[in-house]
Design a protein around this ligand. Structure first.
Ligand SMILES: NC(=O)c1ccc[n+]([C@@H]2O[C@H](COP(=O)([O-])OP(=O)(O)OC[C@H]3O[C@@H](n4cnc5c(N)ncnc54)[C@H](OP(=O)(O)O)[C@@H]3O)[C@@H](O)[C@H]2O)c1
Length: 267
């Protein structure tokens, strides 16, 4: 599907090759954007890139990066700038383990922080000065319905996903004057159709290790969601493209779009 105003725009995607991100990559490719996928699992990223090239529109490249490592992100930005301006940045890094706070190993707190929050701060700190200098840019990060409503089995992840909304809105105040837009998509539970479709470090490898347990959790989530089911990855991708397109999302900044079956209903 085609979103207007994205032809020849340079789009950088971290996690553009996993569960949700590969659908984001596909829509950007169909809309004629040039795409750089940042990944640790470059094999999976190359597969998604090959699919994206079938659109026969923009350029598609893969760059190896660890999104939690400053030097690695700076290096990846420099490599990406060889393609020209950084018009759009999709930050789709995420990771979690399911469990109540008192059962959660404190040894995992730092990992949850680094992947879900530090990686986003680092991306802002390195990419926003470039977008400000360009007087143009669009940054979209991925929060979660768990960042908007407390859920006992995702306590620390939910806290950082909430912090991510606060940071996005704060930064949107700073950079709007330079023509830079910052928005957030907050998905509800959106499992992959198959585990083969996700990248090596996808959180779903852990979530789906015990399928009986996973299905039970999915069922309990679905029972609380007004639409009574979990989401499709494509739904989240359309929200990202809506925000990214200057035609559909050009007057959006500091906004959070929920794609959660109505689980969270802000006024
Ligand atoms: N799907 C859902 O149910 C859901 C619900 C709410 C929110 N979200 C959020 O939406 C975003 C996308 O979710 P998803 O379902 O596509 O998740 P996913 O399948 O787990 O993908 C996450 C991506 O993060 C990348 N990543 C993790 N650590 C990294 C690091 N240190 N450096 C570079 N890349 C790293 C992984 O790439 P590599 O394999 O290359 O490391 C992977 O592509 C995440 O922020 C997630 O928290 C998802």
């Amino acid at each position: 599907m085609y979103y207007p105003g994205l032809e020849e725009k340079n789009v950088l995607l971290i996690g553009g090759h996993s569960n949700l991100g590969q659908h984001v990559t596909k829509l950007f490719a169909e809309s004629g954007a040039n795409i750089v996928i940042w990944a640790r699992d470059t094999k999976k990223a190359e597969q998604v890139a090959t699919e994206a090239r079938r659109s026969n529109k923009g350029e598609v490249a893969v760059v190896e990066v660890d999104a939690t490592d400053w030097d690695s992100v700076e290096h990846a930005v420099k490599k990406t700038q060889e393609f020209g301006e950084l018009d759009i940045f999709y930050q789709g890094v995420g990771w979690d383990v399911l469990g109540h706070f008192l059962d959660l190993d404190p040894g995992l707190w730092d990992t949850i922080y680094e992947r879900n929050f530090k990686s986003v701060m680092m991306a802002y700190k390195i990419v926003l000065p470039i977008m400000i200098a360009q007087r143009n840019g669009c940054f979209i990060s991925m929060s979660s319905v768990m960042g908007r409503r407390p859920t006992p089995i995702e306590p620390v992840y939910g806290a950082f996903k909430c912090a991510l909304i606060h940071l996005a809105q704060t930064l949107a105040l700073d950079v709007g004057q330079y023509g830079v837009r910052i928005n957030v998509v907050a998905p509800g539970p959106t499992p992959p159709k198959t585990l083969d479709s996700v990248s090596a470090n996808s959180t779903f490898h852990d979530f789906m290790a015990d399928m009986d347990e996973f299905r039970a959790i999915e069922k309990s989530f679905a029972a609380q969601i007004p639409l009574q089911r979990t989401g499709d990855p494509e739904n989240c991708a359309h929200a990202v493209l809506y925000l990214a397109s200057p035609v559909t999302g050009g007057y959006q900044t500091g906004q959070v779009i929920g794609v959660d079956g109505g689980w969270w209903m802000p006024k």
